[in-house]
Structures are given as structure tokens and as C-alpha cells.
Design a protein around this ligand. Structure first.
Ligand SMILES: [Zn+2]
Length: 593
């Protein structure tokens, strides 16, 4: 294996045309013909995306002469063999117009890219070190652009970049190279330290974020998580961490990386100067930051065997996404509570919402968490009109499974063992060693630490589809789960975007709408001869009773149809959690310290 670095350059050559020019130079190409490939997916987002489809031109040269490139499949090329001693360079033009956390985006205001969208993998030399020259676009209007990334500076090299500058950066190998997204532009830079480790928040897009409030809250959450996983005497897994935030009108999403995260949010989710309370929008944003930060341990370092290493050419199947997304979803809000950023009533409210989310979708009775994890690539990440009927979210139900496991461990051991201990053990045994966890390791370690037999728990909660008995699990902690009836009797549908009429996004299995013959995609235009819209739907139903029959006119494609629907019982759709007034030692150790 060569230790001579692979050299990359990337330049936002044509911002107005959304085009990057990227090159990759190999000093010792395969004498039989060097192969290059672009990943089919980006770790953390389990869908085949075929990033190579955005390559609009590609060529190769060695010693000043063109080298023939043969395309082998949708994302792999082989260069003709070159004379010994000659370096081989492949150059591509890449279209970048995807303002998501998963791809690459370029316009005249800024550039953002993930390495998976732009850096070719040199097959057979994946473990070689990499040097990357991040270049500034030409023109006066880009003179103020800076760089935000967790890529380390290429210290000791000529043209080494300065912090936030253009120039040379480095990565230990290809896997690291593609795990540090890069932002270029005129972002706002906020810095703070958590447990002595420098943290940065780079915010792109128009916003009026209060830097003091944001850094104070994030510092608490980050410090809590660093202390959660290890003793203060142990080094944290990162020496620097970067939150790359793009603020737009309305969006929500994040993707985790080993020392950074890319976040997309609504600009109004950010705290504004003078803000005193904690609005739900900002709470949601902090929850997203907390979620992605927790992944620094859980999935970036504690990872399933199927991801160690990632196979970037195809789907990587694992039954354990509930561990990495579900447990992370449980701890993202819990970290806000335990670090003092939100209150116990806030946390009970958030947990009740997760319960409502899971219980609303009949798919929870069809698919187990293990199956949902395994089929993420073709089901969870490709939602359609039947998803709510057939799929359970390994995020939401995974978070409830984590909650249930935590409660089971705490109650079963009288507070001696908790999920916290399991996570710390996973970090010591797997996260720190880089060994991938096997399918049964979470159960095995939980049993080992607690001395409990958890066979039935895992069979029912992870591999089965029975509802989790949360009422029973909450009881010893002095928390009561109650269900509030909905204000209107049930139609048995989920409605889509507002427009003319009411478009049905999903028709729930066995519900009143399905029994009446309605289908997803149908647009309701009248109920009992009165015009219906998403806005007045509840008004039309509020005085009706379960068992009443409605005459519904709806369009299916362009055909007007008439349906007779018998309303169902009021849905149990609003779970609420209440805490007993009296003190409870188990609850205190769990939520109140
Ligand atoms: Zn996640």
C-alpha cells in the first residue's frame, strides 16, 4: 500500500453554472490500468443516490498527454495503463445544485460539498493519505470567501491552508476525506469551547442568530455528552468540532460526520437577540444539534459490523439502525433535559409526541424495528402513500425501544444499571477499538451489565411488532401515560399539502376511508355537498359522531366519484405524560439529576 498521498484539487470554477472542477492525481497508478469510482451513497443516509450522475465531463492525462478512460459501470472508470514513473490525473466537471446535507451545492453566494459527491476513490489505494487543495473561485466577488470544515490543515506542506482559508488540507485516507463536508462562502462564524475542545458554528444564509445564546446552549449540550461517554481524564473523540449550518426559509435536516455535522434549518429556528424563552422552533434546532453530536460516538465510532468498513458501491444491510438512530433519538432530547437546556415538562411533551407519532401509523403492527433497519434502503428512505401502513420508523419507535430498555434496566436492577451504562460499555469495547458491533451485542452487553434476562424484551420490542407496554413501564417511575380523545371522529386518513380540496396522502389500513373505497391520491372536494378544504375539514367533522355516514365527492385523477363513508371512533391520538407530585428515587436518578 502506497503512503504517497493522492492529491486532489477542487475549485468552484463556475458558480453561476453550479459547476465544480475537481482533479485527482495518483503518483503510482495501477500498472494494469487504474480504476476510479465515485460512491453510490453517503454514509448516514441510507439510499442509493448515484452521485456520479452529476459528473458532466471527465478526462485523464499523464505526462502532458491524454489517457483513454473507459467507463465500466454507472460510477467506475478505468484509465489505460501509463508509463512507469508517470503520475496520472483525472479531471471532472461536476454539476452541484442540491442544497441538501447529502450532496453538493454551488452558486454565487456559497459552495457546500460532501466528498462523496466530488472526490473520486482510487481503487486499491483507499488507505493512502490524501492532500486536498481547496481553491477560491476567480473574481473579485469571491475575495471575502472563507472555508469552514473539520478537515485538518496540511501542516508542513507548501501552500498549507490557514484556519478558515483556502489552500492545502489533508486526510488520513479516503474514508476520512469523504467524512468532512466543506463550506465556502461568507458565513457567520461562532466559536466556543466544550471541555476545552474548540467548537465552531458556521452559519450560511440570511439570519439574525444571537451568537451568545446559541453558543451557551450548545456548550452545555456538548459538555454533557462528552462527560456522558467518558471520564474527564480520557480524551474526547475529537480535537475540534464544526457545526455547518445552512439557514433557509423552511427546511429541517442533518447529517453526522466524525468531527462535524451538516445541518439545514429554517432561519427562524435560530435564537434571535433578546430572546428570553425557548420557543418550540429553537428547541427543535437544539434537538437536531444534540442528535448529530451524539452520533460522534453512536454510529461514527460505535458502528455496526456492516459499516466497518462501508461498502460505498452498494447497499450496506444491517438490522441495527434502531440502535444508531433510535437510541440517538432517545438521547438527543434527554441530553437537552439533563444538561438543563429544557425542563422536565418539555421533555414529557416531546416524549408524548414521539409516542403519538409511532401509535398513529398502522405500519408498526406490520414491520419490526430490525426489519425496518434492514429495509431502510428500499422502504424508510423511499416513502410513498402506503408507508404509514407498512413501515415503522426506526427513529421514532427506535427511540421508544431505547426508552423502554432504559426503564426495564433501571427498574429491573433497582437503579443499579441503565442504558447509560450500556452506551458507555459499547463506547469502551467497540467505539474505541473500531470493532463493529454484531446483531446481538446490545442485548448481550445489556444482559451482562444488568444480570437480567432480556430475551423476551428483544424478541418483542426489536424483532416483534407488539406495541411497547409504556404505561406499565412508566408506572414505577411515577409517570402516567394518558390518552386524550381527538376532537373529531376518524376519517382514517393522513392529508397532504393544501391546495384545492383535500388530497389524501395516506389511507390507513382498515380505516373508514379505506372501507368507503377512497384511496391515497384522491382529492376530496365536498362533504355532504359542502366544499371541503384542509382548513375547514375539522369544522365539517366536529359535530359529527362515530357511526354517522358522510357523502363525499372526490376526484380520482380527473374523474369525479362519490363515496359513502361511515365515521370511525375518535382516534386516541394525543398521548400526554404526567409526573406524580411525590418524589420517586428511580425517576430522580433518571431525569432529575
Ligand atoms: Zn441520526
Amino acid at each position: 500500500m502506497s503512503s504517497i498521498p493522492i492529491r486532489y484539487t477542487i475549485c468552484p470554477t463556475h458558480p453561476a453554472a453550479h459547476r465544480f472542477t475537481v482533479s485527482c492525481t495518483v503518483t503510482t497508478p495501477d500498472p494494469a490500468g487504474q480504476r476510479f469510482a465515485l460512491p453510490a451513497w453517503i454514509p448516514g443516509s441510507y439510499l442509493i443516490r448515484d452521485f456520479a450522475r452529476h459528473i458532466v465531463a471527465i478526462d485523464a492525462e499523464a505526462g502532458g498527454k491524454n489517457v483513454r478512460l473507459e467507463k465500466l459501470d454507472k460510477h467506475t472508470w478505468r484509465a489505460a495503463p501509463v508509463k512507469k514513473g508517470l503520475a496520472l490525473t483525472v479531471r471532472c466537471e461536476i454539476h452541484a445544485w442540491d442544497l441538501s446535507v447529502r450532496g453538493a451545492h454551488l452558486d454565487e453566494t456559497h459552495a457546500f460539498f460532501n466528498g462523496t459527491s466530488v472526490f473520486l476513490r482510487v481503487l486499491g489505494q483507499e488507505s493512502s493519505p490524501c492532500l486536498v487543495d481547496l481553491q477560491r473561485p476567480e473574481g473579485k466577488s469571491f475575495a471575502a470567501w472563507r472555508v469552514a470544515t473539520a478537515l485538518p490543515l496540511a501542516s508542513g506542506e507548501k501552500h498549507c491552508a490557514r484556519r478558515h482559508g483556502f489552500g492545502l488540507y489533508r486526510a488520513g485516507d479516503y474514508d476520512e476525506l469523504i467524512d468532512h463536508p466543506v463550506e465556502m462562502g461568507c458565513f457567520t462564524l461562532i466559536t466556543f469551547e466544550a471541555c476545552g475542545i474548540p467548537h465552531e458554528v458556521a452559519i450560511t444564509g440570511q439570519h439574525d442568530c444571537d451568537p451568545e445564546r446559541l453558543s451557551a446552549d450548545l456548550k452545555r449540550v456538548c459538555e454533557w455528552q462528552i462527560r456522558f461517554f467518558d471520564k474527564p481524564t480520557q480524551p474526547a473523540p475529537v480535537s475540534r468540532y464544526v457545526f455547518l449550518v445552512t439557514a433557509v426559509g423552511d427546511a429541517y435536516g442533518g447529517l453526522e460526520h466524525r468531527a462535524s455535522t451538516s445541518l439545514l434549518c429554517a432561519r427562524n429556528d435560530l435564537p434571535y437577540p433578546g430572546m428570553k424563552d425557548l420557543p418550540e422552533s429553537y428547541r427543535k434546532f437544539l434537538g437536531l444539534c444534540s442528535h448529530e453530536y451524539f452520533h460522534t460516538w453512536n454510529v461514527k465510532r460505535i458502528k455496526p459490523a456492516a459499516f466497518a468498513p462501508y461498502d460505498l458501491d452498494r447497499e450496506n444491510y444491517t438490522t441495527q439502525l434502531w440502535v444508531f438512530e433510535g437510541i440517538t433519538s432517545y438521547y438527543d432530547d434527554l441530553a437537552l433535559l439533563r444538561s438543563g437546556v429544557i425542563t422536565l415538562p418539555d421533555w414529557l411533551d416531546l416524549t408524548a409526541k414521539t409516542i403519538a407519532n409511532v401509535m398513529r401509523a398502522p405500519g408498526r403492527l406490520r414491520q419490526s424495528l430490525a426489519e425496518s433497519s434492514f429495509d431502510a434502503w428500499s422502504k424508510f428512505y423511499r416513502p410513498d402513500e402506503n408507508t404509514a401502513n407498512a413501515v415503522v420508523s426506526y427513529y421514532a419507535k427506535g427511540a421508544l425501544a431505547a426508552l423502554a430498555l432504559d426503564l426495564t434496566l433501571r427498574h429491573g436492577t433497582r437503579g443499579r444499571t441503565s442504558l447509560d451504562d450500556v452506551m458507555r460499555e459499547l463506547w469502551q469495547r467497540f467505539g474505541k477499538t473500531g470493532i463493529g458491533i454484531g446483531d446481538d451485542d446490545v442485548q448481550r452487553i445489556a444482559e451482562e451489565l444488568s444480570g437480567l434476562d432480556l430475551e423476551r424484551f428483544f424478541a418483542q420490542t426489536i424483532h416483534g411488532t407488539r406495541d411497547i407496554p409504556l404505561e406499565k413501564l412508566f408506572a414505577p417511575f411515577g409517570i402516567r401515560l394518558a390518552w386524550e380523545k381527538a376532537k373529531t371522529p376518524a376519517l382514517g386518513v393522513k392529508i397532504g399539502d393544501e391546495g384545492h380540496g383535500v388530497k389524501l396522502a395516506t389511507v390507513y389500513d382498515g380505516g373508514p376511508a379505506q372501507q368507503a373505497g377512497l384511496s391515497a391520491g384522491d382529492t376530496l372536494i365536498a362533504i355532504d355537498d359542502l366544499r371541503v378544504t384542509a382548513k375547514n375539514l375539522d369544522t365539517l367533522l366536529v359535530r359529527r359522531k362515530p357511526g354517522d355516514t358522510l357523502t363525499i365527492h372526490a376526484f380520482r385523477r380527473d374523474e369525479l366519484m362519490c363515496f359513502h363513508l361511515t365515521l370511525g371512533a375518535h382516534d386516541d391520538d394525543a398521548p400526554r405524560l404526567f409526573c406524580s407530585k411525590s418524589s420517586n428515587a428511580l425517576r430522580h436518578a433518571w431525569l432529575e439529576n
